[in-house]
Design a protein around this ligand. Structure first.
Ligand SMILES: Nc1nc2c(c(=O)[nH]1)N[C@H]1C(S)=C(S)[C@@H](COP(=O)(O)O)O[C@H]1N2
Ligand SMILES: [Mo]
Length: 193
């Protein structure tokens, strides 16, 4: 019996094989989730900074970061509230490119991602290197909307989406793990769907 897409939600008899356990496909909808009020961040004052355990603490403004070699992610995103969304195309810069310029020190083992709003989330450095994380400003060819973290957000698609800080303002490299907002509020520290 054919199953009409859109009626296959949670508990569907034929789960999409791409779905991690307990996730459902949100289809065309892209849910909006954040704890703070949506900030209005102008690109002419926007900055992104890498500091902490790096040889060269570096800040990029909007035109500087967009002048770096670009990088694209195509695939799915997964939220811990059980939705997954497939077929996403994000454009921005690889975190590898940014770290290459800042020069992580040998004892840098963790990253605390920060947002212009004060939101934070922590990650082991291996989860943002080797092509696994981006700072992105375009989605499916259009500028990233404010409600989804525009002008730019972190994207760490192999982990749950709470690691993908919206309105990202920078990364601080640390020797010891330091819990971020949701991690202090009871979420799993790593967030692997
Ligand atoms: N600044 C900020 N970034 C955030 C959050 C937040 O509350 N504040 N929530 C996270 C969570 S839990 C999710 S699921 C995604 C949601 O992104 P979306 O609203 O674009 O779907 O953003 C993540 N990044
Ligand atoms: Mo989430």
């Amino acid at each position: 019996m054919p199953i009409t897409r859109g009626f296959t939600r949670r508990g569907a008899s034929e789960p999409d094989p791409r779905l991690p356990p307990r996730q459902y496909d949100t289809g065309a909808t892209w849910p909006v989730l954040h704890t703070e009020a949506t900030p209005r961040i102008q690109t002419n004052t926007w900055t992104f900074t890498i500091d902490g355990l790096v040889a060269t603490p570096t800040t990029w403004n909007w035109s500087e970061i967009r002048a770096l070699p670009g990088s694209r992610y195509q695939g799915a995103i997964h939220c811990v509230t059980t939705w997954s969304k497939f077929g996403m195309t994000f454009d921005g810069v690889s975190v590898d490119t940014l770290l290459e310029l800042a020069g992580p020190l040998d004892n840098a083992a963790f990253v605390l991602a920060r947002s212009h709003t004060g939101y934070t989330t922590n990650l082991p450095i291996e989860d943002v290197t080797d092509g696994k994380a981006w700072v992105v400003w375009k989605v499916n060819g259009a500028p990233l909307e404010e409600i989804h973290g525009g002008p730019a957000r972190l994207l760490v698609p192999h982990l749950y989406f709470w690691k993908s800080a919206k309105w990202v303002s920078g990364l601080t490299l640390l020797a010891e793990d330091q819990s971020g907002f949701w991690e202090r509020n009871g979420y799993h520290d790593r967030g692997d769907p």
